[in-house]
Design a protein around this ligand. Structure first.
Ligand code: PA5
Length: 464
């Protein structure tokens, strides 16, 4: 494993009374063993199919790469249509591994099509997308595990219709490929009828745990990301997360420390990478942490209403926005810093620049500065008694990104097991989905519509 996890600043020895005593870790030995058993002994079973996603064969990787290359060579733009777990994986990996201004680069420097992930149905966003792509040379990957998600299906209908108008029915079909559960859902049926190339999502791999399945791998292959290295990193992290001893297992340890902190009122988990390329890793983390751990009932049917609210923050940007609160606000947060030892480029602040302002910076590099600021913030929050830990990445590449993603998945699974909840369901989003179907007039939701219409609003509480 290349990542390093330093949890010193979660401990009483570093932050005083808000910290954790070593005995709190050692006294919970039987809990760690039960949690470990629940997650690791069930690898690949039930909703833990995600543990197996990095284990695909070299032949499968080669096949994906060949498909990806063929699309890459003919596409001007490549668009993913998906939402939630079907979007955030591709978004964070591209953000981490492609040029930060990929779409603005001249075509000759880009080496891959322009890339968009459409994970919202704001009409202005769709119309803006259509202003910047040429559908005739754009390829669309429609990703939905259920094959039933309204937002994604709505986008698909719009774009397929446009493609048919622009290219004719036969050619339009070549511009769409689908990633969904084989044999299930409306999109699979349509893909069969229309003859779209279809990639499967294995059973037991939920949306937010699907980044290393075809949900991510197909787009990564199209964009020329090193799929083999990404999976290698994920496998390395899987090994580390299967270490029995909590002192050696990064995901088991940090999951336990987070859950312990949550139990003492630290209900907010801040994810703060110090690298622009990792900005959307925080989005990935926010989804997996929120949707997996925010649950009303535990596995015994007891009302627990548990879950830490994840918050995203970016170093150094949010030092000028959030850190005041982290240092002096309520003791209700755990901050995870992500640092990067070596950036791909070094940018110097010229030593011989004659302008006087910022003289103390001259001769240093932005690389030194960003890491000095990360360490300084870590020092300040620790001095203020705030729980925090740091994940260090030697560099951001496909392998370390694979490690980080796998760590997030294991950490979440272990945390859910400590909390004794179902980590892999999301009953709290069903009511809103049904209400949407009712309002849009879907057959079978008439009763829900009546229920919605029966809700009365008091005008006295509306300010105009
Ligand atoms: O994590 C999850 O299960 C969700 O966020 C889903 O990914 C999201 O609702 C999209 O679902 P689907 O992939 O079925 O379109």
């Amino acid at each position: 494993m290349q990542l390093k996890f330093d949890y010193n600043n979660m401990m009483e020895s570093a932050i005083g009374s808000h910290g954790i005593k070593p005995s709190e870790i050692s006294d919970a030995e039987s809990q760690h063993a039960a949690v470990y058993k629940q997650v690791v002994d069930n690898s690949g079973k039930g909703w833990q199919g995600w543990t197996e996603t990095p284990m695909i064969s070299q032949a499968e990787v080669d096949e994906l790469n060949a498909f990806g290359k063929a699309i890459r060579e003919k596409a001007s733009s490549f668009v993913v249509l998906g939402i939630g777990g079907s979007a955030l994986g591709p978004i964070c990996v591209f953000n981490a591994l492609l040029h930060l201004h990929h779409n603005e680069l001249p075509a000759a420097m880009r080496k891959a099509p322009k890339f968009y992930v459409e994970d919202n149905i704001d009409p202005q966003r769709m119309s803006a997308l259509l202003d910047v792509i040429d559908v005739k040379t754009t390829y669309f990957n429609v990703i939905t595990k259920s094959g039933e998600t309204s937002e994604t299906l709505g986008q698909f209908l719009i774009l397929y219709s446009l493609l048919k108008k622009a290219l004719g029915e036969k050619a339009a079909k070549e511009h769409i490929f689908v990633t969904t559960t084989i044999g299930k859902g409306a999109l699979y049926a349509t893909a069969q009828q229309e003859g779209f190339k279809t990639f499967g999502i294995p059973a037991g791999v939920g949306g937010r745990f699907s980044v290393l399945s075809n949900v991510g791998l197909v787009p990564f292959a199209v964009m020329g990301i090193d799929v083999a290295a990404l999976l290698k990193g994920a496998r390395e992290m899987r090994k580390a997360c299967e270490r029995k001893d909590i002192e050696q297992n990064p995901a088991l340890m940090t999951a336990f420390l987070q859950v312990l902190s949550m139990r003492s009122g630290k209900n907010i988990s801040v994810m703060m990478p110090y690298a622009d390329g990792l900005r959307t890793m925080a989005d990935f983390y926010c989804q997996i942490w929120a949707e997996s751990l925010g649950k009303a009932l535990d596995n015994d049917g007891k009302t627990v209403n548990c879950g830490q609210t994840p918050a995203k923050s970016l170093g150094v940007t949010d030092q000028h926005s959030q850190v005041q609160l982290y240092n002096e606000g309520p003791f209700d947060k755990v901050i995870t810093f992500i640092g990067v030892d070596n950036f791909d480029t070094t940018v110097e602040i010229p030593a011989n620049e004659t302008a006087e302002a910022g003289g103390f910076l001259k001769g240093h590099t932005l690389n030194e500065l960003i890491n000095a600021e990360r360490k300084a913030t870590e020092f300040a929050v620790t001095k203020a008694g705030r729980s925090n830990f740091t994940i260090m990445m030697p560099k951001v590449d496909a392998e370390t990104v694979g490690e980080l993603l796998m760590y997030f998945m294991y950490e979440t699974a272990f945390a859910g097991a400590y909390l004794n909840i179902d980590t892999f369901n999301q009953p709290g989003v069903e009511e809103g989905k049904k209400a949407t179907f009712a309002m849009i007039g879907r057959t079978g939701y008439e009763q829900k519509l009546a229920e919605l219409r029966s809700v009365k609003k008091n005008d006295a509480y509306v300010i105009k």
